[in-house]
Ligand binder design. Structure first.
Ligand code: HGY
Ligand code: MN
Ligand code: MN
Length: 415
């Protein structure tokens, strides 16, 4: 039954995909529902179809490919990740997981193997949350909040709406993307580590034990527009100064609460936005991360407290609205074992580690046994063009994934 992934094919697929939305500095720019994201999804579908796989897409824009190796009634083991990137990101985050999934299906097809489950490869929509974090995987698992439809519809530009439509997205029918859990035996994802632990250990793979929780907020400071020349500084109600105070206070409070906590202000808009007008309104996108819901609650309290304190100091009004909530999750012990078995089979060191980055696997874990495998990231860098994983490490990902699939084919190992 053994089947072998092909390094030459994986390298070719990697090069083809990295060219889609490529930037001059070696990265990719494929934000969800951009032309490049659509092109990457089409590339995935075309490549899978040309290789003899069945393909499908759903109303959340998830793109799938199926290899029937157990018969039409059998459930599938799902393998995948995402093809969207952060703005001006790297060619490996998400992409490597989809490539490894595709390569495993192609290798399994070539070997004409039979398995007790079918194999599916998937590219999930908007993992990075340009519109909603884990949009595709949460729709797929039926775990999107009820307001998701309205949030998505309100935020899609006409161009993004057309791109989303091309991928099969219907914001009014996201619930139809929900996949019946009984049609799946589990989910496995390969991903770059986006940290330095594996590199510091001299290589190997990471077997992820749990994935961090991410809560996001819109924080607004409201002051008053005024003349930049005639209004003395103490008399102003400067909404941008309030935002600056808030950012400084939140960063300090986060570290003081627990060095393992994270808070980030990643977006900021200023209105009316003119050099000679005191800012009247600032809107900040704030994200907090922790490994437990208790930790996230502490961070949520800090967001509220520091916003109010900053507002008070500047004569402003502050509001904080939760816009997205993805909770921390443990990954399934049996899937961890399958990946550890795979690493041993391939002859590569496997280390248990938590993930500080969010992943589609954390959405899938809500409905099926899920596992996540990390391969090294050079310098721990990601979310930028210098993100890099060597071909050897990428190949380890695909090989360990294939070996984990074989291990799960043993009925006594399957969850
Ligand atoms: O934001 C994250 O943690 C991930 O890279 N999507
Ligand atoms: Mn990412
Ligand atoms: Mn990712």
């Amino acid at each position: 039954m053994p089947f072998h992934v092909r390094p030459d094919r994986l390298a070719r697929l990697q090069a083809e995909l990295a060219a889609v939305g490529a930037t001059a500095d070696g990265g990719v720019h494929r934000p969800a529902f951009s032309d490049a994201h659509v092109a990457a999804c089409r590339w995935f579908q075309d490549t899978a179809r040309e290789a003899g796989l069945e393909t499908w897409m759903d109303t959340a824009g998830n793109q799938g490919a199926r290899l029937m190796v157990a018969g039409p009634e059998a459930p599938s083991l799902l393998l995948g990740s995402h093809l969207d990137s952060v703005p001006y990101g790297g060619a490996f985050d998400g992409a490597l997981g989809v490539l490894c999934a595709l390569e495993v299906l192609l290798a399994a097809r070539e070997a004409s193997i039979r398995l007790p489950f079918n194999l599916e490869a998937i590219s999930f929509t908007d993992e990075e949350g340009r519109y909603l974090p884990l949009l595709g995987s949460r729709a797929f698992t039926g775990t999107l909040p009820p307001e998701a439809q309205a949030q998505l519809e309100a935020s899609l530009s006409p161009a993004a709406r057309a791109a989303a439509q091309a991928l099969g997205v219907d914001p009014t029918r996201l619930d139809e993307a929900r996949r019946a859990p009984e049609s799946l035996v589990g989910y496995l994802e390969v991903h770059i580590e986006q940290g330095r632990e594996l590199e510091q250990r001299g290589g190997g793979v990471g077997i992820v034990t749990e994935v961090v929780g991410i809560w996001q907020y819109e924080v607004c400071f409201r002051g008053a527009a005024d003349h930049a020349g005639t209004t003395a500084l103490p008399a102003r109600r400067d909404a941008l100064l309030g935002a600056a105070r808030f950012m400084d206070r939140l960063a300090t409070a986060t570290v003081q609460a627990d060095p393992a906590y994270r808070s980030t202000v990643g977006t900021l808009t200023v209105e009316p936005g003119a050099l000679n007008v005191v800012p009247a309104l600032t809107t900040l996108g704030v994200e907090v991360r922790a490994g437990s819901v208790d930790g996230l609650r502490v961070l949520e309290a800090l967001v509220h407290e520091e916003a109010q304190a900053a507002a008070q100091a500047g004569g402003l009004e502050a509001t904080c609205t939760l816009t997205a909530r993805v909770d921390p999750v443990p990954l399934h012990p049996q899937m961890q074992r399958a990946l550890a078995h795979g690493a041993k089979h391939v002859g590569v060191a496997g280390y248990a580690m938590p993930s500080g980055a969010g992943h589609d696997a954390q959405a899938l874990a809500a409905i099926v046994p899920s596992g996540l495998l990390f391969v090294p990231s050079r310098g721990g860098r990601s979310h930028g063009p210098d993100e890099y994983t060597t071909p050897e490490d990428g190949l380890h990902g695909a090989r360990v994934l294939a070996a984990a699939v074989e291990s799960l084919a043993q009925a006594d190992v399957r969850p």
